[in-house]
Design a protein around this ligand. Structure first.
Ligand code: OFO
Length: 172
């Protein structure tokens, strides 16, 4: 049974992942309004992925006999300066999430919770991929200065992203 510091940290992570999902949904709305359907789609898929991350933590807590606790989610930003601003904020947020995941691993090691360490490995790997993907988009955006033909092409490319539910096989 999971309890104490590990349980609290996992419950905080459910909240952080839910916040992430709503942050990206809000960004998707902004991008859509600015006439960038591809970016909006990419961010909407990001929102869907974050929901699955929150659910994955929720299911794990329940599976380990813990009480999953859902708290109020902070207001996410709704206005942004530019598409570059959106992607920069996404990268900063993902780096923050990586720090939270690393902290969770530290707690799991401290508590000698081997099951939690094993569970968290998926998120450690996922964060490497997430940061790399966002960094790549940001680099391209900076290269084309966030405008012109380049942004049109990039927007078209980002329209291709499709949501894949990595948690579909798990049950509560
Ligand atoms: Fe973006 O990985 Fe979850 O939060």
């Amino acid at each position: 049974m999971i309890k104490g510091k590990m349980l609290n940290a996992l419950n905080e992570q459910i909240n952080a992942e839910q916040y992430s999902s709503l942050l990206y949904l809000s960004m998707s709305a902004w991008l859509s309004e600015k006439g960038l359907p591809g970016f909006a789609n990419w961010m909407y898929v990001q929102y869907q992925e974050e929901m699955t991350h929150a659910n994955k933590f929720f299911k794990y807590v329940v599976e380990r006999g813990g009480k999953a606790q859902l708290n109020a989610i902070a207001q996410m930003p709704v206005e942004f300066d530019s598409v570059i601003d959106v992607v920069e904020k996404t990268l900063v947020h993902e780096q923050y999430i990586t720090a939270l995941i690393n902290n969770l691993v530290d707690v799991a090691i401290e508590e000698r919770d081997h099951a939690a360490q094993s569970f968290l490995k998926w998120f450690v790997d996922e964060q490497v991929e997430e940061e790399a993907n966002v960094q790549e988009i940001l680099d391209t955006l900076k290269l084309i200065n966030g405008q012109g033909n380049g942004i049109f092409m990039l927007d078209r490319e980002l329209r291709q992203r499709v949501f894949v539910d990595s948690t579909a096989a798990t049950t509560v």
